[in-house]
Ligand binder design. Structure first.
Ligand code: MLC
Length: 489
């Protein structure tokens, strides 16, 4: 044991030494080598030295003055320049037909439930028909009991069912050794057991004892993008070439709402089982996407935004998640703010000029008859992965960004096949685009997450290498998609 842990510490020291000091050492060695080369010519008797000094050309003197400064500049640039971050690969939980919930089964369950009144079951029936979901979405095993088993144990086993198989898939895809994972970040908004889900993963895979672990909870459906942003930041400070494992999921069983308040029922109706695991690194070798940007927008200071997705007790004391009717408008505002922040980084100059001209004209002419110009984000991205909040969420983003039906197809089809899988849903959409064979090298993807807080977090990816085969969560059904959702419900 002692020798093993000594070995680990030595390895860690080696990493530190190589990373922190390698750059400095290289620079100093280079500088020294250049100086020595110069000096070697000068090491000679003093009169020879003096005559050589007299013979020195101005270019030599200039080089001697500039070289060390330039070296120092290059060194400090390299130190400060952020490292590129890559997505080595990702995996999504493959649903099992065992826990499939056709609409009729879901409704029958609501009818025989001891908790729900008639008006609630009517509401459920109406919304599920209009939900944009198909017949193959997955509910947690806990809901297969007529009185759902919302216990902690059941919650743990639901989380483990999703997370372990997804991580196993990712490990098999990437062939990464477990000790090459230096940071683990998990996000699960509603279910927050002690020890955390992240701790459970460390325990199950016996990850190394110096791994940094971060567990995000209560952060809503945009927390997957938050986790990616966090991974990006961690990769700037840990040894270069390290790996960060990010796991995004939602565990639903323990949070099943048992009351009769409509706005608290939408979660029961729309949320479905799902999970994703992503491996990020600063090493480009075998990476599939490059992370170009992460932009996080939080409207938490605004009371309406803060309360629009809110976990609370209903008047009977049943805990549930209230989804306010204001959600769509607030999501729109957060998206606008996010677009304003990320636009200058990704939009072509022509769009930026148009935007500038329109805003100036509006200011000068005091907004008379000039509508604000919404830049064309279709010029910056080939693909969009929009959080599958519900049909109304997808509709409003489509309208706001002026996207075609094909642009929102991954989002609508994910809702149809898998339901609202919270933070994991954007990864199912990425898998859809890849499995449909639409991803090309160099394509840019905009992942848009919305979530409690209220937040709009987005990530921009650039494809390095599309998936060589369609063996993800869509493998068994991609041939059936797209389906015409307008004919359903
Ligand atoms: C729920 C829907 C599928 C219903 O579709 P419809 O086409 O039928 O739309 P509709 O507006 O006519 O609504 C039908 C009935 O539901 C009621 N209704 C709609 N939204 C409601 C809400 N938040 N609270 C209470 N009731 C609500 C309407 O008043 C209406 O009833 P009546 O006719 O009696 O007045 C859609 O509105 C939708 O996609 N809403 C967005 C759901 C959402 O909030 N998703 C975010 C999940 S959270 C998430 O993913 C992440 C996050 O943000 O954290």
């Amino acid at each position: 044991m002692t020798s093993l842990s000594d070995l680990k510490h030595l390895k860690r020291l080696y990493y530190l030494a190589t990373n922190k000091f390698l750059l400095m050492a290289t620079t100093i060695t280079l500088a020294a080598a250049v100086l020595l080369l110069q000096a070697a010519q000068w090491i000679a008797p003093i009169d020879e030295l003096l005559s050589q000094l007299r013979d020195l050309r101005p270019i030599n003197l200039l080089l001697a003055a500039i070289l060390p400064t330039a070296m120092l500049r290059i060194y400090s640039y390299l130190i400060r320049h952020p490292r590129n971050v890559y997505l080595v690969d990702y995996a999504c939980f493959r649903t099992s037909y065992k826990y499939r919930a056709p609409k009729a089964t879901f409704l029958e369950h609501a009818h025989i439930s001891p908790f729900f009144g008639e008006s609630t079951t009517k509401f459920i029936a109406r919304v599920i028909e209009r939900s944009g979901m198909g017949e193959d979405t997955l509910v947690p095993p806990a809901l297969y009991y007529v009185e759902p088993d919302c216990s902690l144990d059941e919650g743990r086993s639901e989380a483990e069912m999703v997370i372990f198989s997804t991580i196993d898939d990712l490990l098999a895809k990437t062939c990464i050794a477990l000790d090459a994972i230096h940071v683990l970040i998990t996000n699960c908004s509603l279910f927050c057991p002690v020890p955390s889900i992240a701790d459970r993963i460390v325990n199950r895979y016996a990850l190394q004892d110096d791994i940094r672990v971060i567990n995000l909870s209560g952060m809503g459906c945009s927390a997957g993008v938050t986790a990616v942003g966090l991974a990006k930041n961690m990769l700037q400070i840990i040894p270069s070439g390290s790996h960060v494992l990010v796991v995004s999921t939602e565990t639903l069983g323990p949070e099943y709402y048992k009351g009769n308040v409509r706005s608290m029922h939408l979660g029961n109706i729309l949320f479905r089982v799902g999970g994703s695991a992503m491996l990020l690194s600063t090493c480009k070798h075998r990476a599939r996407f490059k992370l170009a940007h992460v932009e996080r927008t939080l409207f938490g200071a605004d009371d309406a935004a803060y309360r629009c997705v809110y976990q609370e007790d209903d008047p009977e004391g049943n805990i549930g998640l209230t989804l306010s009717k204001d959600l769509m408008a607030i999501a729109g505002e957060t998206l606008k703010a996010n677009m304003t922040a990320i636009g200058p980084l990704i939009l072509p100059t022509s769009e930026l000029i148009k935007y500038f001209l329109f805003s100036t004209a509006r200011k000068v002419l005091h907004r008379r008859k000039i509508r604000p110009y919404i830049p064309d984000f279709r010029m910056a991205f080939e693909h969009f992965c929009i959080h599958v909040g519900g049909p109304a969420v997808i509709d409003s983003v489509q309208l706001g960004l002026n996207l075609s039906d094909e642009h929102v197809e991954p989002s609508r089809m994910t809702l149809h096949r898998f339901g609202n899988q919270s933070s994991a849903s954007v990864w199912y959409q990425l898998a859809y685009i890849e499995d449909k064979g639409r991803m090309r090298k160099g394509d840019r993807v905009w992942m848009i997450g919305f979530g409690a807080g209220y937040k709009c977090n987005t990530a921009v990816w650039v494809c390095i290498q599309p998936s060589p085969n369609a063996n993800g969560p869509w493998a068994s059904c991609i041939h059936r998609y797209p389906v015409d959702v307008s004919k359903e419900g």
